[in-house]
Design a binder for this molecule. Sequence first.
Ligand code: 4NP
Length: 158
Amino acid sequence: MKATPSVLFVCLGNICRSPLAEAAFRKAAAEAGLEAIADSAGTADYHVGSPPDPRSIVIAARYGVDILEYQGRQIAAADYTLFTHIFALDSANLADIRRHAPGDTTAEIALLLDVVDGREGQPVLDPYYGDQEDFEATWADVSAAAEALVARLLSDGT
Ligand code: 4NP
């Protein structure tokens, strides 16, 4: 039997996009009956210990996920072996994650939208300087990715 998948979503600050990616994945996994571990982190330490951006909290709540208790943290060396998958929200995050990867890394590291047919190579755009509508677009992106990822994990376990 395959190990329980454990998925880490990583953006820059861990207050806007990656908490929403984690929330969308938790929701999609629960709805599909997939057992999985999920977490999120930032490449930067700007918001360590902080709750998500209020606009992310509003969007997640609108789609039925409570993320009030999420706390910002920075990706750490141990994450590269603790998690089976590490997904970057954009290509700058991906480059940072790869640059800091320890030699014993076992996690598969990829761009999040690579899991969505036709959206390979695309970023989940940073909504931090945007408005609530930009956070809606973020939710649409991360939930498309979450559903595709859950389907993939259910079908072949990778
Ligand atoms: P995130 O958005 O990477 O989606 O969490 C940002 C949050 C904070 C900052 C930049 C992006 N910041 O510069 O503080």
